[in-house]
Design a protein around this ligand. Structure first.
Ligand SMILES: [Zn+2]
Length: 124
């Protein structure tokens, strides 16, 4: 997956350990072209939940621009490996899950196929 470096720079500037930070990434194929930061309604340092209406609006807007949801981003207060809860939601949202360690900014991308698989990422 190709992700603009600008996205990661924005994430580093706005995400703090106080609450998991989340964004929807839109594009075509495996190229991210746009993104929208989402409110974490749990406001928790160890979990996130998106607001359904905010998510719906972002998805509708992207669709209007001819883009599809290609990845969901969120931060962890630790290693960028999917939590058991993440894996449950990965089964619902079968796109790439990009996770970043909010302290080190190590990132990893995952997708659920028959099992959780690592997706190679290139920052462009
Ligand atoms: Zn997670």
């Amino acid at each position: 997956m190709k992700i603009p470096r600008a996205f990661l720079e924005e994430a580093m500037a706005r995400c703090t350990p106080g609450a998991e930070c989340a964004a929807l990434l839109f594009g075509r194929g495996d190229v991210v072209e746009a993104w929208r930061w989402m409110r974490n309604v749990l406001n928790s340092p160890a979990a996130f939940r998106l607001d359904a209406e905010e998510m719906y609006k972002a998805l509708a807007e992207a669709e209007g621009a001819g883009r599809e949801l290609v990845a969901i981003f969120h931060t962890h207060p630790g290693p960028p490996d999917p939590s058991p809860l993440d894996v449950r939601y990965m089964a619902v949202w079968r796109v790439v899950w990009l996770i970043a360690n909010v302290y080190t900014w190590e990132t990893a991308a995952w997708i659920l196929k028959s099992g959780v698989e690592l997706v190679p990422v290139e920052y462009i």
